[in-house]
Design a protein around this ligand. Sequence first.
Ligand code: C5P
Length: 209
Amino acid sequence: TAPFVIAVDGPAASGKGTLSRRLATQYGLRHLDTGLSYRAVAHALIQAGLPLDDEAQAVEAARKVDFAGFDPMVLSTHAVGEAASQVSVHPAVRRVLVEKQRAFAMQPPGAVLDGRDIGTVVCPNADVKLYVTASPQVRAGRRHREILRLGGQAEYEAILADIERRDARDMDRADSPLRPADGAHLLDTSQMSIEAAFLAACAIVDGAR
Ligand code: C5P
């Protein structure tokens, strides 16, 4: 049987990562956080002391990306996320990573991929496409509480400004801008708990199987 693919797109801090992991567990699929691939490229450039706009070096780093070898702790920092958003504008970098992401999706029994361009570019024929969003204020509030919960310090206003800047860069870029794919189910979680969002997503997936 053909692999079953669920494409999950949405802006930063929308909750798409948590949702995708839970969907993968629920349906016995593998999971790929494609943001980590852009983060891995950004991290490699930073480590090598190279500028983020060095497209040739970024492509080299993208070729070496190995999904199995990701260290989420190293890649999850705010600085790396910001840098990832900058390297992700290079079309040649995207081409290399998209190819690898597609290959991951096509291995049986299928997978849940989350990112910005899964339904539009990586897996336009996905069995289910979800576009997960929430207002910038709600996303900033969630991220703020998460940082405080982990014992860190942060200003809500600064987080909100970051989120708005990241949204603008991801939505306004020329290559593969963030937008709902044709046929995507919109899931606005502004007024929803994670549990409610998960149940709504399951209802959509069950309807497609
Ligand atoms: O989701 P995450 O915050 O890890 O993504 C980091 C950055 O990588 C995003 O801001 C976006 O610019 C880029 N990205 C992308 N396409 C994807 C996933 C992430 O351009 N499929």
